[in-house]
Structure formats: structure tokens, C-alpha cells
Design a protein around this ligand. Structure first.
Ligand code: PLP
Length: 418
């Protein structure tokens, strides 16, 4: 990456960026929601498209000079529809949170009617925007929640159906941020039909898996689908909304002029590049490897005595209950950070600790799979994580772990150009 101009203009920022590049190069990124975009996506996100105002939609803009911007956004829309098999796509949401806000507004007629939403509890794996009281969703809507079964720690569709029948929500929301098992979107559709609710799916975490056929697609079974573009999908930071034709106008109006102004066209062009990459056979192999890596890492952690929520994983992530080895989520995150392994503390189902220092950590394989690591590296990493967490006071164990992390980072570079 050429940093000459940043360095000449702003030393403090260039220094911070340089340090962040080194951090990304020299640590093992196991945060389940993160990834490394391709050089093509990175380049596109840094283009002069950032200079342009383009309120409105392709070929219907409120500003002149959009002939080339229209090409980019139109390609992003067409490709998004193709890879997900959707009737309509809006590629303008700045983030997953704004995509969810717009989707709720589109389906609830701008708060005028049917304001109840049934979503997954945050502490059982849902996202803040699925109804948390500290989020706009919990403040603007009436929220009812479902969780996972206490014994299996998995979604209990009979229970969700029971809640839906009793509460009669306007929207039933499927999708999660920290759920290690498959989600049955077809079942959510059936429950929504039985209770006359819209089915909205938030597939932010598993979008890449879906595109590559490694998870059931939510699109045929949901009225509206939202997803971020920067997780397993491996695109720029942002989001899209997919929908059935009948909701297209409401979705578009909810994004603009509803909750956003000028779209980020440099990011939209980068989304288009990401969607093109997602059409390649290599992308299918990549997503298959993410899942294989997650399964191998989960097995290694369990073989070394760690306890996983649901005893394993079907997707790209796993949750470890670290209280079983007398740690807290916060302590485990810090200890792993010290040896160059990045994870995040996370609530686990029926957690009796607080979100600031919960009982678990969440671990995911998309970023390391992008670096080219496979099952044998996952076994090595699983062993280091277990050793470090089980011996938090041993400097010897930490020293050995740090040196293995360094070797792996050198063997699997992120960008050869930065
Ligand atoms: N939905 C889900 C399921 C998520 O996991 C996230 C982010 O982690 C979001 C929405 C929000 O995305 P953003 O951080 O881009 O607002």
C-alpha cells in the first residue's frame, strides 16, 4: 500500500495505519465477524468514487454527472441479485444496523401499524438490532424474543412457534451473531405463514456460506433479507437488503430518502467487486474450507478439555464457555491477546455473568482461512489456545505460543503488497 501522501499530510494517521497493518500481519485474527478483503476490493474502496454525490438510484439521480457511478451501482445490484437468487437488491446501506433499520421500517409502514417484532435474544446469540433495549430497535419497536433451549443450546422451533402464536408479531426475525449451528429458514417461513407475520432474515454472519451453497439460503423463504458485506462474504464494510419484488419500493424508500442521504459509491463499487469474486469456483472452495477449519478447531479445543456451546459447530464460529476452566470471557480475551490471538468475549446462553465480562469467547475461522490456513494449522492453533487458557500464569506457555503465532503469520502472509 502506497502511504506516501498520507505520510506527507498527516503523520499521526499514517503512523496509526502502519501500526494497524503490522497488527493485522502479525496476529492471528479469530474474530468471527472479521475478514481480509482482496487487494481488488481494497483498491476499489480507495478510489475517487468517494468524491461523488449520487442521491437516488441508478438512472434516477438527484445530481448530475452520475453516468459512471450508475454503471458501478447497477452492476452491484445485478450481481447481488444473481449470487443470492433475489428478486430485488438495495446495495446502499452503510452498515448492517442501517440495513436492519430500513428493513423494519419497510415492513412496518414507518411505525404506523403492526409494531411488534419477534427476534433472537442478544444474550442467546442475536444482534443488538434484533431488539435490545439499548438499541433503536428496542426503543422504537415492541420487542418479544426467543432464545435457545436450555439443554441443547439450540433453536427450538416449537417454542418459537408457540411465542409467535401468542404474541402475533408483525415481523419474525431469523438470523444471529453468535449461533454455531444451522438455521432453518424454511421453518421460520412456515411459522411466519401460520401467524400471518412477515419473515425477515438477517444473514450477516453466514452470507458467504449461503452464496457458496454451504448453508440453506434464506432468500426463498424470507420477505426481506439483510446482510453485511464484510464478514464471511469478504467484501467492504457495509450491507445490502434483498427482497421480494412486492417490497422493493418500500425497501428503497426506507433507505433513501428514509434513513440515508448520499450513498458511499466507492464502497458500493467495492461491493460489486466482492460479488464478482463470490461467483468464482474458488469462493465455494474458500467457504467449504471455512467450515472444515471451524469443525477441526472446535474438535481440537474439545479434545484439549474446553467446553463448547452445543458441543461443536456447523458453521464458521464457535463459542467457548471459559468459566469451566475458571476464567471469564474478558480474562480469556486478554490472555489470548497477549500471545497475538484475537478473539472477542461473548455472552453464552443462560449466562449469569454480565456483557462486559461474560462467560464465553467467540472464535471464528473466516479470516485465517483467507490467509490460506487449513485443518493442520487449526489443530496447532487449537492446541495453543487451549494451552494458554488452561495455564494463564505460565510465562513459558505464553512464550512458546507467541513464537508459534509468529511462525504461522510469516508462513501465511495477508497482503503481499502491504
Ligand atoms: N446483524 C448481525 C447478525 C450482525 O452480526 C451484525 C454485526 O456484527 C450486524 C447486523 C450489524 O452490522 P454493522 O456492525 O455493520 O452495523
Amino acid at each position: 500500500m502506497n502511504m506516501k501522501n498520507i505520510k506527507n499530510t498527516d503523520r499521526q494517521i499514517s503512523e496509526a495505519v502502519k501500526n494497524e497493518i503490522n497488527r493485522q500481519k502479525n496476529t492471528l485474527e479469530l474474530i468471527a465477524s472479521e475478514n481480509f478483503v482482496s487487494s481488488a476490493v481494497l483498491e476499489t474502496a480507495g478510489t475517487v468514487l468517494t468524491n461523488k454525490y449520487s442521491e437516488g438510484y441508478p438512472f434516477k439521480r438527484y445530481y448530475g454527472g452520475n453516468q459512471f457511478i450508475d454503471i458501478c451501482e447497477d452492476l452491484a445490484i445485478k450481481r447481488a441479485k444473481k449470487i443470492f437468487g433475489a428478486e430485488h437488491a438495495n446495495v446502499q446501506p452503510h452498515s448492517g444496523s442501517s440495513a436492519n433499520m430500513a428493513a423494519y421500517f419497510a415492513l412496518t409502514d414507518w411505525l404506523k401499524k403492526g409494531r411488534k417484532i419477534l427476534g433472537m435474544r442478544l444474550d442467546h446469540g442475536g444482534h443488538l438490532t434484533h431488539g435490545s433495549p439499548v438499541n433503536f430497535s428496542g426503543k422504537l419497536f415492541e420487542i418479544v424474543s426467543y432464545g435457545v433451549d436450555k439443554k441443547t443450546q439450540m433453536l427450538d422451533y416449537d417454542e418459537i412457534r408457540k411465542i409467535a402464536k401468542k404474541e402475533k408479531p408483525a415481523i419474525i426475525l431469523s438470523g444471529a451473531s453468535a449461533y454455531p449451528r444451522k438455521i432453518d429458514f424454511k421453518m421460520f417461513r412456515e411459522i411466519s405463514d401460520e401467524t400471518c407475520a412477515y419473515h425477515m432474515a438477517d444473514i450477516a454472519h453466514i452470507a458467504g456460506l449461503i452464496v457458496a451453497g454451504q448453508h440453506q439460503n434464506a432468500v426463498p423463504y424470507a420477505d426481506v433479507v439483510t446482510t453485511t458485506t464484510h464478514k464471511t462474504l469478504r467484501g467492504p464494510r457495509g450491507a445490502i437488503i434483498l427482497s421480494k419484488k412486492e417490497h422493493a419500493e418500500a425497501v428503497d424508500k426506507a433507505i433513501f430518502p428514509g434513513i440515508q442521504g448520499g450513498p458511499l459509491e466507492h464502497i458500493i463499487a467495492a461491493k460489486a467487486v466482492c460479488f464478482k469474486e463470490a461467483m468464482k469456483p474458488e469462493f465455494v472452495e474458500y467457504q467449504k474450507q471455512i467450515v472444515k477449519n471451524a469443525r477441526t478447531l472446535a474438535e481440537e479445543l474439545m479434545n484439549n478439555g474446553l467446553t463448547l456451546v452445543t458441543d461443536g459447530t456447523d458453521n464458521h464460529l464457535m463459542l467457548v464457555d471459559v468459566t469451566k476452566i475458571k476464567l471469564t470471557g474478558k480474562a480469556a480475551e486478554t490472555i489470548l491477546d497477549e500471545v497475538g490471538i484475537t478473539v472477542n468475549k461473548n455472552m453464552i446462553p443462560y449466562d449469569n455473568r454480565t456483557p462486559k465480562d461474560p462467560s464465553g469467547i467467540r472464535i471464528g475461522t473466516p479470516a485465517l482461512t483467507t490467509r490460506g490456513m487449513g485443518e493442520s494449522e487449526m489443530k496447532v492453533i487449537g492446541k495453543i489456545i487451549s494451552d494458554v487458557l488452561k495455564n494463564p500464569d505460565s510465562n513459558g506457555v505464553k512464550l512458546k505460543a507467541r513464537s508459534t503465532v509468529k511462525e504461522l503469520c510469516e508462513e501465511f502472509p495477508i497482503y503481499n503488497t502491504v
